[in-house]
Design a protein around this ligand. Structure first.
Ligand code: SAH
Length: 219
Protein backbone atom coordinates (compact mmCIF):
# COMPACT_ATOMS: atom_id res chain seq x y z
CA UNK A 1 0.00 0.00 0.00
CA UNK A 2 1.23 3.46 -0.87
CA UNK A 3 1.62 6.15 1.79
CA UNK A 4 -1.25 8.64 2.18
CA UNK A 5 0.00 11.97 0.87
CA UNK A 6 -2.32 14.21 2.82
CA UNK A 7 -1.04 16.10 5.84
CA UNK A 8 -4.20 16.74 7.88
CA UNK A 9 -4.70 18.79 11.06
CA UNK A 10 -4.76 15.49 12.91
CA UNK A 11 -1.35 14.48 11.53
CA UNK A 12 0.04 17.93 12.38
CA UNK A 13 -1.36 17.71 15.92
CA UNK A 14 0.14 14.26 16.48
CA UNK A 15 3.46 15.52 15.10
CA UNK A 16 3.50 18.44 17.58
CA UNK A 17 2.91 15.95 20.41
CA UNK A 18 5.80 13.83 19.15
CA UNK A 19 8.07 16.91 19.11
CA UNK A 20 7.08 17.65 22.72
CA UNK A 21 7.91 14.03 23.63
CA UNK A 22 11.35 14.43 22.02
CA UNK A 23 11.90 17.58 24.13
CA UNK A 24 10.85 15.67 27.25
CA UNK A 25 13.36 12.95 26.36
CA UNK A 26 16.15 15.53 26.26
CA UNK A 27 16.42 16.75 22.64
CA UNK A 28 17.24 20.48 22.78
CA UNK A 29 18.43 21.43 19.26
CA UNK A 30 15.65 23.68 17.92
CA UNK A 31 16.80 23.30 14.30
CA UNK A 32 16.38 19.50 14.60
CA UNK A 33 12.98 19.79 16.30
CA UNK A 34 11.79 22.35 13.71
CA UNK A 35 12.86 20.14 10.80
CA UNK A 36 11.08 17.11 12.28
CA UNK A 37 7.98 19.21 12.94
CA UNK A 38 7.96 20.26 9.27
CA UNK A 39 8.25 16.76 7.79
CA UNK A 40 5.20 14.47 7.54
CA UNK A 41 6.70 11.17 8.77
CA UNK A 42 3.59 9.28 7.61
CA UNK A 43 4.58 10.09 3.97
CA UNK A 44 7.53 7.72 4.48
CA UNK A 45 5.45 4.80 5.70
CA UNK A 46 2.95 2.38 4.24
CA UNK A 47 -0.62 3.70 4.70
CA UNK A 48 -1.27 0.82 7.14
CA UNK A 49 0.85 2.81 9.65
CA UNK A 50 -0.96 6.11 9.05
CA UNK A 51 -2.60 6.23 12.50
CA UNK A 52 0.55 5.27 14.42
CA UNK A 53 3.18 7.07 12.35
CA UNK A 54 3.73 9.63 15.14
CA UNK A 55 4.41 7.12 17.89
CA UNK A 56 8.04 7.10 18.96
CA UNK A 57 8.71 3.73 17.36
CA UNK A 58 10.64 2.14 14.51
CA UNK A 59 8.47 0.55 11.78
CA UNK A 60 9.17 -1.99 9.00
CA UNK A 61 9.83 -0.49 5.55
CA UNK A 62 10.35 -3.72 3.58
CA UNK A 63 13.45 -5.82 2.78
CA UNK A 64 13.75 -6.59 6.52
CA UNK A 65 14.69 -2.94 7.22
CA UNK A 66 13.17 -0.27 9.46
CA UNK A 67 12.61 3.47 9.58
CA UNK A 68 14.49 4.59 12.71
CA UNK A 69 12.59 5.62 15.83
CA UNK A 70 12.04 9.43 15.88
CA UNK A 71 14.07 9.74 19.11
CA UNK A 72 17.00 8.01 17.38
CA UNK A 73 16.73 10.31 14.33
CA UNK A 74 16.62 13.38 16.59
CA UNK A 75 19.49 12.09 18.75
CA UNK A 76 21.82 11.31 15.85
CA UNK A 77 20.98 14.56 14.03
CA UNK A 78 21.58 16.61 17.20
CA UNK A 79 24.99 14.95 17.73
CA UNK A 80 25.93 15.70 14.12
CA UNK A 81 25.56 19.51 14.67
CA UNK A 82 24.57 20.16 11.04
CA UNK A 83 24.73 23.66 9.57
CA UNK A 84 23.27 24.98 6.33
CA UNK A 85 25.27 24.19 3.17
CA UNK A 86 27.44 21.57 4.87
CA UNK A 87 28.15 18.44 2.85
CA UNK A 88 26.67 15.43 4.66
CA UNK A 89 27.08 11.76 3.71
CA UNK A 90 24.43 9.40 5.10
CA UNK A 91 24.88 5.61 5.06
CA UNK A 92 21.56 3.72 4.98
CA UNK A 93 18.88 5.68 3.07
CA UNK A 94 16.09 3.27 4.07
CA UNK A 95 12.78 5.17 4.05
CA UNK A 96 14.49 8.49 3.11
CA UNK A 97 13.13 10.11 6.31
CA UNK A 98 16.49 10.83 7.99
CA UNK A 99 17.97 12.20 4.77
CA UNK A 100 14.90 14.45 4.39
CA UNK A 101 15.45 15.83 7.91
CA UNK A 102 19.05 16.70 6.96
CA UNK A 103 17.91 18.27 3.67
CA UNK A 104 15.23 20.32 5.47
CA UNK A 105 18.02 21.67 7.71
CA UNK A 106 19.71 23.00 4.58
CA UNK A 107 22.60 20.53 4.27
CA UNK A 108 23.85 19.17 0.93
CA UNK A 109 22.95 15.54 1.46
CA UNK A 110 24.40 12.45 -0.26
CA UNK A 111 22.74 9.24 0.89
CA UNK A 112 23.70 5.64 0.06
CA UNK A 113 21.54 2.49 0.21
CA UNK A 114 22.71 -1.11 -0.47
CA UNK A 115 19.21 -2.64 -0.99
CA UNK A 116 18.19 -2.06 -4.62
CA UNK A 117 14.43 -2.13 -3.88
CA UNK A 118 14.74 0.55 -1.21
CA UNK A 119 17.10 2.64 -3.36
CA UNK A 120 14.63 2.45 -6.29
CA UNK A 121 11.94 4.15 -4.18
CA UNK A 122 13.77 7.46 -4.60
CA UNK A 123 12.33 7.69 -8.13
CA UNK A 124 8.92 8.42 -6.59
CA UNK A 125 10.29 10.57 -3.73
CA UNK A 126 7.54 13.06 -2.87
CA UNK A 127 9.84 15.99 -2.15
CA UNK A 128 12.02 15.79 -5.28
CA UNK A 129 11.24 19.42 -6.20
CA UNK A 130 11.49 20.72 -2.64
CA UNK A 131 14.95 19.29 -1.90
CA UNK A 132 17.27 19.54 -4.92
CA UNK A 133 20.02 19.39 -2.22
CA UNK A 134 19.32 15.68 -1.57
CA UNK A 135 20.97 13.06 -3.81
CA UNK A 136 20.45 9.28 -3.75
CA UNK A 137 23.06 6.61 -4.52
CA UNK A 138 23.02 2.81 -4.77
CA UNK A 139 26.12 1.25 -3.25
CA UNK A 140 27.98 -0.14 -0.27
CA UNK A 141 28.36 2.43 2.48
CA UNK A 142 31.64 0.84 3.63
CA UNK A 143 33.12 2.29 0.41
CA UNK A 144 31.64 5.75 1.03
CA UNK A 145 31.20 8.05 -1.96
CA UNK A 146 34.67 9.21 -3.05
CA UNK A 147 33.34 11.36 -5.92
CA UNK A 148 32.03 14.07 -3.57
CA UNK A 149 34.55 13.89 -0.71
CA UNK A 150 35.60 15.36 1.63
CA UNK A 151 32.45 15.57 3.79
CA UNK A 152 31.83 17.94 6.68
CA UNK A 153 29.66 15.33 8.36
CA UNK A 154 29.06 11.58 8.00
CA UNK A 155 26.08 9.78 9.55
CA UNK A 156 25.71 5.98 9.69
CA UNK A 157 22.14 4.80 10.38
CA UNK A 158 22.88 1.04 10.60
CA UNK A 159 24.90 -0.85 13.25
CA UNK A 160 28.56 -0.65 12.19
CA UNK A 161 30.72 -3.65 13.20
CA UNK A 162 33.73 -1.28 13.37
CA UNK A 163 34.64 2.28 12.32
CA UNK A 164 34.76 2.08 8.49
CA UNK A 165 38.27 3.29 7.49
CA UNK A 166 37.25 4.60 4.05
CA UNK A 167 34.65 6.84 5.66
CA UNK A 168 37.28 8.27 7.99
CA UNK A 169 39.41 9.02 4.90
CA UNK A 170 36.49 10.83 3.23
CA UNK A 171 35.84 13.04 6.28
CA UNK A 172 37.25 16.59 6.34
CA UNK A 173 39.76 17.58 9.00
CA UNK A 174 37.52 19.07 11.70
CA UNK A 175 34.64 16.98 10.33
CA UNK A 176 32.33 14.89 12.49
CA UNK A 177 31.05 11.33 12.07
CA UNK A 178 28.17 9.89 14.13
CA UNK A 179 27.67 6.13 14.16
CA UNK A 180 26.34 3.29 16.29
CA UNK A 181 29.10 0.70 16.82
CA UNK A 182 28.39 -2.89 17.82
CA UNK A 183 28.86 -3.86 21.43
CA UNK A 184 27.17 -7.27 21.56
CA UNK A 185 23.35 -6.98 21.62
CA UNK A 186 23.25 -3.22 21.31
CA UNK A 187 25.34 -0.47 19.83
CA UNK A 188 27.10 2.43 21.48
CA UNK A 189 26.53 5.79 19.78
CA UNK A 190 29.88 7.38 18.98
CA UNK A 191 30.78 10.85 17.77
CA UNK A 192 34.19 11.06 16.11
CA UNK A 193 35.96 14.31 15.26
CA UNK A 194 38.82 14.15 12.76
CA UNK A 195 41.86 16.04 14.06
CA UNK A 196 44.59 17.85 12.10
CA UNK A 197 46.94 14.83 12.25
CA UNK A 198 44.21 12.54 10.88
CA UNK A 199 43.53 10.87 14.23
CA UNK A 200 40.05 10.66 15.76
CA UNK A 201 38.77 12.20 18.95
CA UNK A 202 36.04 9.89 20.27
CA UNK A 203 33.00 10.64 22.44
CA UNK A 204 30.63 7.87 23.58
CA UNK A 205 26.89 8.32 24.21
CA UNK A 206 23.77 6.18 24.85
CA UNK A 207 23.14 2.63 23.63
CA UNK A 208 20.74 1.95 20.74
CA UNK A 209 19.55 -0.97 18.66
CA UNK A 210 19.95 -0.70 14.86
CA UNK A 211 19.65 -3.13 11.94
CA UNK A 212 23.14 -4.30 10.87
CA UNK A 213 25.40 -2.47 8.42
CA UNK A 214 26.18 -5.16 5.82
CA UNK A 215 28.91 -5.33 3.17
CA UNK A 216 28.24 -5.40 -0.56
CA UNK A 217 25.17 -4.45 -2.60
CA UNK A 218 21.93 -6.44 -2.73
CA UNK A 219 20.18 -6.39 -6.11
N1 SAH B 1 18.06 6.28 7.68
C1 SAH B 1 17.01 5.29 7.48
C2 SAH B 1 17.19 4.10 8.42
C3 SAH B 1 17.06 2.84 7.68
S1 SAH B 1 17.63 1.38 8.53
C4 SAH B 1 15.63 5.92 7.58
O1 SAH B 1 15.52 7.11 7.89
O2 SAH B 1 14.65 5.24 7.30
C5 SAH B 1 19.27 1.20 7.89
C6 SAH B 1 19.42 1.11 6.40
O3 SAH B 1 20.81 0.90 6.13
C7 SAH B 1 18.70 -0.08 5.73
O4 SAH B 1 17.89 0.41 4.69
C8 SAH B 1 19.85 -0.95 5.20
O5 SAH B 1 19.54 -1.61 3.98
C9 SAH B 1 20.95 0.07 5.00
N2 SAH B 1 22.31 -0.46 4.98
C10 SAH B 1 22.86 -1.44 5.74
N3 SAH B 1 24.15 -1.64 5.41
C11 SAH B 1 24.46 -0.72 4.44
C12 SAH B 1 25.63 -0.42 3.68
N4 SAH B 1 26.77 -1.09 3.85
N5 SAH B 1 25.56 0.58 2.78
C13 SAH B 1 24.41 1.27 2.57
N6 SAH B 1 23.27 1.03 3.24
C14 SAH B 1 23.28 0.05 4.17
Amino acid sequence: MKPKLEDTYQHKGLRRQLIQLLRDKGITDEAVLDAMNNIPRHFFLDSAFDKIAYEDRAFPIGEGQTISQPYTVAYQTQLLKVSKMEKVLEIGTGSMYQSTVLAEMGAKVYTIERQKKLYDQHSSYVFKMKYPNLKFFFGDGFEGLPAFQPYDKILITAAAPFIPPKLVQQLKVGGVMVLPVDEGENQRMLRLTKLQDGSLQEEAFEEFSFVPMLTGKNR
